[in-house]
Design a protein around this ligand. Structure first.
Ligand code: HEC
Length: 116
């Protein structure tokens, strides 16, 4: 049987952007931590932390809705620091891009998404 070429192409098209999101992640060089969210985190978590792009579509590698205060309030800062540094499943490790102090600076940004 011939390989279902269309399906293969479709799968490639669907899976490519997903794996690309973890590539070429910039290193935090100091400065504006919010800008770093935009540069390094928003591609998966969204500019507003809700895992959606500017058109409101779900991003492929989004893993957590930071705007869901019910869920976010259950999470400890220390958990978020650990996951950011070490990674988890599709969440890449940032330990070669950020120091623990950098991640601590990022916590208020993540908390603010659910503060309404
Ligand atoms: C390639 C996509 C991607 C990038 C880039 C990314 N994340 Fe994530 N992140 C994820 C996914 C997927 C999860 C869910 C992991 C899981 O629980 O399986 C996640 C989970 C998290 C969590 C844990 C949330 C929870 O309580 O379950 C934190 C905190 C987090 N990311 C912070 C960040 C920060 C800060 C950045 C930028 C410095 C970032 N992420 C960049 C994909 C990404």
């Amino acid at each position: 049987m011939r390989p279902p070429i269309l399906l293969t192409l479709l799968l490639a098209a669907v899976s490519l952007p997903a794996s690309d999101a973890a590539k070429n992640l910039p290193k935090f060089e100091g400065g504006d931590i919010h800008k770093y969210w935009m540069d390094a985190c928003a591609r998966c978590h969204g500019v507003n932390g809700n895992g959606r792009d500017n058109n409101g579509s779900q991003l492929p590698d989004n893993g957590f809705d930071f705007t869901d205060s019910r869920k976010a309030n259950k999470k400890k800062d220390s958990d978020w620091i650990k996951i950011t540094l070490e990674g988890k499943d599709k969440m890449p490790s940032f330990k070669d891009k950020m120091t623990q102090a950098d991640v601590e600076q990022m916590i208020p940004i993540m908390r603010k998404f659910s503060a309404k």
